[in-house]
Write a protein that binds this ligand. Structure first.
Ligand code: NDP
Length: 237
């Protein structure tokens, strides 16, 4: 395997994950594991791999399935060997959107969102921890949202999504506390123009992702357990 840091990005077939893969490949020192539910249908990832000179590897990973996460961890171990995974980016997420409030939300939907946005990243951190800990950077990035911040005070909307991102933030805190050798952070990417963010979002996805990568690359060990935005600023819990 080539020299350089290994990045694993979940939900990499579109939106923020796809843009992250693109920007990571533009630096020749990066090796990228692009994880997504259906690699065979990920046309843009296949197109990128043609010019990636062996630095892009596609792996099937459905974060809502423990079996899929276990199989992906085995596949990635076979690809990266002793290098491990320097950056595990838990990016895949869903947002049922809009008007669900604490007293109107559909609890079945809440369960589904929780499985993807919280259980998935939690189990991925466990399944990949051996690979993360044998790497140089030992970093977990949980892609969160300021909608999960009580301090940001966004009111009553998007409750299911907000609850799951608040839970994800606590997971980050617990991961950082338990493993001082690992750097675990929550990251709000900003309101970005993707399928989830919508085309009226504040920023092009390229701007948010550039900010995320700049922030992640400048992390210090003492930043572990904190919540950042794509500008590198601390976000209130
Ligand atoms: P998109 O809806 O554009 O893309 C979501 C990605 O997650 C897709 O690749 C999708 O894959 C994947 N995904 C969903 N469920 C699963 C699953 N069970 N297993 C594997 N992959 C899955 O969203 P964004 O790119 O905008 O969002 C990415 C992350 O950023 C999310 O965690 C989101 O909460 C967060 N975020 C986004 C903001 C924004 O403004 N865009 C703002 C704040 C946070 P598939 O194509 O198979 O469905």
């Amino acid at each position: 395997m080539a020299e350089g840091y290994v990045w694993l990005v979940t939900g990499s077939n579109r939106g923020i994950g796809l843009e992250m893969v693109k920007q990571l490949l533009s630096s020749p020192s990066n090796i990228v594991i692009a994880a997504c539910r259906n690699p065979s249908k990920a046309a843009e990832l296949h197109a990128l791999s043609e010019s990636a000179e062996g630095r892009l590897h596609l792996v099937a990973l459905d974060v809502a399935s423990k079996e899929s996460i276990r199989e992906a961890a085995q596949a990635v171990a076979g690809i990266v060997g002793e290098k491990g995974v320097d950056y595990l980016v838990n990016n895949a997420g869903i947002n049922p959107g809009g008007e669900d409030t604490a007293f109107t939300l559909d609890v079945d939907v809440l369960e589904q969102v929780f499985a993807t946005n919280v259980v998935g990243p939690a189990y991925a951190a466990q399944a990949f921890s051996g690979l993360v800990e044998k790497s140089v950077k030992k970093t977990i990035v949980n892609v969160s949202s300021t909608l999960g911040s009580m301090g940001a005070d966004y009111g009553t909307r998007c409750t299911s999504y907000s609850v799951t991102k608040a839970a994800l933030n606590m997971l980050t805190y617990k991961e950082a506390k338990e493993k001082p050798d690992v750097t675990a952070i929550s990251m709000c990417p900003g309101w970005l123009q993707t399928d989830m963010g919508g085309q009226n979002a504040a920023l092009p996805v390229s701007v948010g992702v550039a900010g995320i990568l700049k922030t992640v690359l400048s992390l210090k060990p003492e930043d572990s357990g904190q919540f950042f935005n794509f500008k590198g600023e601390r976000v209130p819990w």
